[in-house]
Design a protein. Structure first.
Length: 103
């Protein structure tokens, strides 16, 4: 029996054209020494607080065993120079990763 829900399309019709154009631009950028290619990535949000993450410490650490209320959240991010294999920058953002500029 059908649930009446429409199945989501796996990709939009323009997907192949977008990736074909992206491959062209990437190749052009790699050949032009005046262009610096950057690759940015953000990871999952990490909650800040007295939580145990299974790591090791040389000092006694206090960790909450219940009532997990984070004091804040951060998003780890990095910027890579893909043609050089160099991590140019990495850090923690306190704004949501989709929020720009931070308010």
């Amino acid at each position: 029996a059908s649930s009446g829900k429409k199945q989501a399309s796996k990709k939009i019709t323009e997907t192949d054209a977008i990736f074909d154009r992206l491959a062209e631009v990437k190749q052009e950028a790699q050949q032009d020494k005046t262009i610096l290619r950057l690759s940015g990535d953000a990871k999952a949000v990490v909650k800040i607080g007295d939580f145990s993450r299974g790591g090791k410490s040389r000092t006694i650490m206090k960790a909450a065993d219940h009532d997990f209320k984070p004091s804040g959240k951060v998003t780890p991010y990095g910027i890579l120079l893909p043609d050089r294999g160099i991590i140019k920058s990495c850090g923690l953002a306190i704004a949501k990763k989709t929020a720009y500029p931070p308010r």
